[in-house]
Design a protein around this ligand. Structure first.
Ligand code: ATP
Ligand code: MG
Length: 327
């Protein structure tokens, strides 16, 4: 059976990009293997956060996981910092990876360029991510396309460690969707949609009110051709909107293209907003329920216990193989 691990950072308002590129799939994967999903708070502090905001986003993300359909009876859902082995194996991974490898990461370049100060953690982020995955002997890691490079690094770390210290880690496979693996910003189709983008008009948040969704989609960048046609290279903005439409309505792209033949972008955008609102409404209703639920904390506590039981075994193996004395 598949051993599945993935995480999302509590770093902002969860977006359609997070949902389409990664989280939507987490739900279906519950039928395919053992799933372990994390709220990776230790990753989100690589860019310093207000403590209050971090606390809020953490609980919101927990509620969001449950709202989209993660079943805590089936899957393990936990907060990364509750399982100390992440930080511990993260250190071993920092001492396995090379600075040159980390400096080449595009996420590091994107997030550090033009900043006055950059934390050490932003550079070593991929080492912690390798630890997250390797602790659970994950065979499969569902992520968006932007994480491909970090997954490659994780595989390298597992192989390097195994070669040097003997069989310790499972080498994981990335699961990246051909379609929807990279949702672009509404204001700039050359950049990926990101929840940490300070411009809220660049993304649709899963918790956006219908009126905000309508407004954001109406203002989304298009092109001057006026034809609703999927062409990623020449029409990146419209292709991005078509992808969102297709995923949210469960209709193939061709069906949608045909529907808007001879009609302008105005009609298309109006319907797209409706399709997105319809897809998000049930999630938002569940979310309200979960945020008010006293069960939320217990689910996370139990999740951390179950995660620790797995992670501590791997951690012990890694420690011993590396030559750290254990009694
Ligand atoms: P941040 O801007 O803080 O990095 P983010 O929006 O990139 O936030 P993450 O928590 O870093 O979100 O990533 C969570 C998951 O969502 C990852 O699997 C990531 O690959 C995926 N993801 C993020 N943005 C997109 C996107 N635009 N399209 C598809 N998948 C995405
Ligand atoms: Mg990200």
């Amino acid at each position: 059976t598949k051993q599945i691990f993935s995480g999302v950072q509590p770093s902002g308002n969860f977006t359609l990009g997070n949902y389409i590129g990664a989280m939507k799939r987490f739900v279906a994967l519950q039928e395919e293997g053992n799933c372990i999903y994390s709220i990776v708070d230790l990753h989100s502090i690589t860019v310093p956060k207000e403590p209050k905001a971090l606390r809020e986003y953490t609980m919101q993300l927990a509620a969001m996981y449950l709202s989209i359909g993660i079943n805590p009876e089936k899957s393990i859902l936990f907060i990364q910092s509750h399982v100390k082995e992440h930080a511990e194996l993260g250190w071993l991974m920092q001492c396995t990876g090379y600075i040159g490898e980390l400096e080449r990461m595009t996420q590091y370049k994107d997030k550090s360029t033009g900043k006055d100060v950059v934390t050490c953690g932003l550079l070593t982020y991929p080492a912690l991510m390798a630890a997250d995955i390797l602790l659970y002997d994950a065979t499969h890691v569902p992520v968006g396309e932007d994480q491909k490079q970090h997954l490659e690094f994780t595989r390298d770390m597992a192989e390097r460690f195994n070669k040097k210290y003997g069989e310790t880690f499972v080498v994981p496979e990335p699961m990246i969707q051909e379609f929807g693996g990279r949702i672009m910003s509404l204001d700039d189709p050359s950049k990926k949609m990101s929840k940490s983008n300070p411009n809220a008009a660049s993304y649709v948040a899963l918790l956006d009110e219908p009126s905000a969704i309508v407004k954001k989609i109406k203002r989304a960048v298009t092109d001057s051709e006026g034809i609703v046609r999927y062409d990623k290279v020449n029409k990146p903005a419209i292709s991005n909107l078509l992808t969102i439409y297709s995923v949210c309505s469960n209709e193939p792209i061709e069906t949608i293209e045909q529907r808007y033949e001879g009609r302008g972008y105005g009609d298309f955008k109006k319907d797209l907003a409706e399709v997105v609102v319809n897809a998000l409404t049930p999630i938002q209703q569940e979310y309200t329920r979960w945020m008010a639920s006293p069960e939320l904390e217990d689910i996370l506590k139990q999740g951390a216990e179950r995660a620790t039981a797995i992670a501590s075994v791997t951690m012990d193996r890694a420690r011993r193989n590396m030559g750290l004395v254990t009694f």
